[in-house]
Design a protein around this ligand. Structure first.
Ligand SMILES: NC(=O)c1ccc[n+]([C@@H]2O[C@H](COP(=O)([O-])OP(=O)(O)OC[C@H]3O[C@@H](n4cnc5c(N)ncnc54)[C@H](OP(=O)(O)O)[C@@H]3O)[C@@H](O)[C@H]2O)c1
Length: 268
């Protein structure tokens, strides 16, 4: 019975991972959420192979408790860990590094630290805490959901200056993946930084991100680099594509790489 753990599983791409994984009754799926009071989407799936566990990825004690619970159910192993959770601060995503209002240097510093703390250190803690289980699993894969926003060449080519603290955190987590891939190649554990593409994860009732003024400018820039820019993917479309890449992943194929849902450096 293949076992999967997904962080940030209550909505967006994480929920789509759980939905598709749990559609196969032979899979055991651990949906990690930071708030047990917002799990209606998961409960509505009505899948007996989904186990909902509490884990804020910046909380070591919660991660350890979740891993212990997983081990209890699987007998001590986990096949695939999908690090999907990420911190996003939508209201400040449109700012440049030098664009925070005068006198708000402290807010810039807090943003840089918070993005790093959750999206990099939180992922490192999650991997370290689940690694003993992965070592005993049969598939031995660790996925980190990254972003094309963390691609240096793409950033320079497109002159993308907004969303800096997030992009910096994703670039850093790509290096995290490369480090683990090197360390665990001999032990047969594969790691991958995987970008999901541009995915519409707007919560019901909220304005889509593409309607924000800074995002519209950004999309115009995207089109200069990618003239035939496709529309955003749905979470399920993105996850379907990502599974093809995840299934093909091994220590000899793409481990340590940073690639997209297309299996290459095409981020859309
Ligand atoms: N959507 C895109 O176009 C896109 C593009 C590139 C990369 N990505 C990446 O894809 C992943 C999923 O994105 P998404 O669009 O689905 O995001 P989303 O809809 O905003 O969902 C983010 C998820 O992460 C959880 N989360 C946030 N901070 C957490 C923490 N400290 N501990 C545990 N969980 C936490 C949220 O929980 P709550 O519900 O409790 O807030 C939520 O479940 C992220 O890694 C993101 O960077 C997305």
């Amino acid at each position: 019975m293949p076992s999967y753990a997904v962080t940030g599983a209550n909505r967006g791409i994480g929920l789509a991972f759980v939905r598709q994984l749990s559609a196969k009754p032979e899979n055991v799926v651990f949906a990690l959420v930071r708030n047990l009071n917002t799990t209606e989407n998961l409960k509505n799936l009505k899948r007996s192979n989904v186990h909902i566990l509490k884990a804020d990825i910046s909380n070591i004690a919660e991660l350890k408790a979740a891993a212990a619970e997983v081990a209890k159910i699987t007998g001590g192993s986990l096949d695939v860990l999908i690090n999907n959770a990420a911190y996003l601060a939508l209201d400040r995503m449109g700012l440049h590094l030098d664009g925070y209002p005068k006198g708000q240097e402290q807010l810039l510093e807090e943003d840089l630290l918070t993005f790093y703390r959750v999206n990099v250190i939180g992922v490192v803690h999650t991997i370290n805490i689940f690694l003993p289980l992965i070592k005993k699993g049969s598939l031995k894969k660790v996925i980190v959901i990254s972003s094309g926003a963390g691609d240096l060449d793409f950033t320079v080519a497109g002159t993308f200056a907004v969303n800096a603290p997030y992009s910096i955190s994703k670039a850093a987590v790509n290096m995290v993946v490369a480090k683990y891939a090197g360390e665990y190649k001999e032990q047969g554990i594969a790691f991958l930084a995987l970008s999901p593409g541009m995915v519409d994860t707007t919560p019901p009732g909220a304005a889509p991100i593409t309607t924000l003024e800074w995002m519209q400018k950004e999309v115009e820039k995207f089109k200069k680099v990618v003239p035939d820019l496709p529309p955003p993917l749905t979470p399920d479309e993105s996850v379907l594509k990502m599974f093809k890449v995840i299934d093909a992943l091994s220590v000899d194929n793409n481990s340590g790489a940073f690639i997209s849902q297309n299996g290459d450096k095409n981020w859309f």
